[in-house]
Design a protein around this ligand. Sequence first.
Ligand code: FAD
Length: 406
Amino acid sequence: MKLFHLSLLLLVLIFLSLFFSGCFEWAARAESKLPKETALHKTYNYGGKVIIVGAGASGLAAAKVLEQNNIEYLILEATNRYGGRLKKDTSLADFPIDIGAEWLHSAPIALNKLKGKQGEEIDEELIPYHLKNTGTWDGKEYKVSPNWQNNFMYNFMPESKFKETTWYDFVDEHIAKTVKHKIEYNSPVSAIDYSGNNIIVTTKNGDTYEADRVLVTVSIGVLKSNMITFTPEMNKERKRAINSITFHTGIKVVMKFSEKFYPDAVACEVENGEKVFYDIAFKKDAQTNVLGFLCVGDETQKYYKLNSEEEIIASLIGELDQMFDGKATASYSGAYIIEKWGQYEYTQGTWTQAIQEKKSHIKVISPPLNKKVYFAGEIYDTYQQMGVPGAILSGYYAVDKILTDK
Ligand SMILES: Cc1cc2nc3c(=O)[nH]c(=O)nc-3n(C[C@H](O)[C@H](O)[C@H](O)COP(=O)(O)OP(=O)(O)OC[C@H]3O[C@@H](n4cnc5c(N)ncnc54)[C@H](O)[C@@H]3O)c2cc1C
């Protein structure tokens, strides 16, 4: 019996030491999962025409490969801008703020893969997101978190942020720059008919386009909304798999204060999803105090239900006042940005995480339709990088299939 207890203790100790030494790091960090090379390093000879639906990170990445290989293509984008869930603001603070995707969850070397740079040295200056002062809020009591918890979190998920730039800038500079002239804005695709030899793509405006292959990069939320009619229809199994994938609604808010009364981050208790206040200027060379608020999942409805942006801000300031004895009201500047990502028609939510979904569902939604209509976006990422890196890599992966499928 004593021996049993001893071996159990030993096992627990081994497990803990492996855990704390970072061996069980978040899968997305695993450099080994990154591809050795992407479509950016290959050359293609393809005589057909490709239409890309969506000018987000994945669509732009696929376009970059087509551009490099002089292949005829066009990007149909529903909105009047490119970037999709990447967006930046330069008006609120003395540094650019990502008001869509913000963190790099992958190993820094992933940045080289995304822009097609060889070697280990990255050009970007990154801030390791290793927080020191954090707290928790259960709606009644604010508690300071112990430091070991912050160390543990960083060890488990050692993510980072751009020091002086943004995700938007990264994609703009390394991917969008050479392809943006091929974007047709305000062109929401409403139908894709791939029943004949040529594929016919129709937009809500009534315009039609023909192509040999189509790459659909809209979010899983947009696919769920049935905004795009496919002819022939997708089969039931595929529709079921699409509908079963979690795509949380969400809201992001940025507020400017005259004083920094808050810690690096405050994690708030919610039943389903995430809710966090965090210092956007963390380790940036900044004079402005900007506090971010990110809420994803059911709790978001609490804010969506409010009648105006002013009410949303008043509600958040009220919560902060409870945590920090009225300091939010005392130092609020009146400047804010609100992004209701879950309510935008052409986004419909925040992010999906392929590694958390059933493999069988991913397998069903990933293959092309009749080798004519292909799919890209973070949910189709085969390299488990999540978010923006996942979306970009999925674009390279899909375009390789488009250009090589016989
Ligand atoms: C608030 C928020 C925070 C996030 N934080 C992070 C983070 O910190 N790190 C990270 O890596 N990722 C993060 N993400 C996720 C990341 O932004 C996405 O994974 C990535 O940008 C997805 O790119 P995409 O090309 O797959 O899709 P999208 O960016 O959604 O691009 C799809 C494009 O298709 C267009 N479109 C939609 N419907 C149609 C149509 N019918 N016809 C034509 N065009 C259409 C859209 O307008 C859009 O431009 C965050 C996302 C949000 C919303």
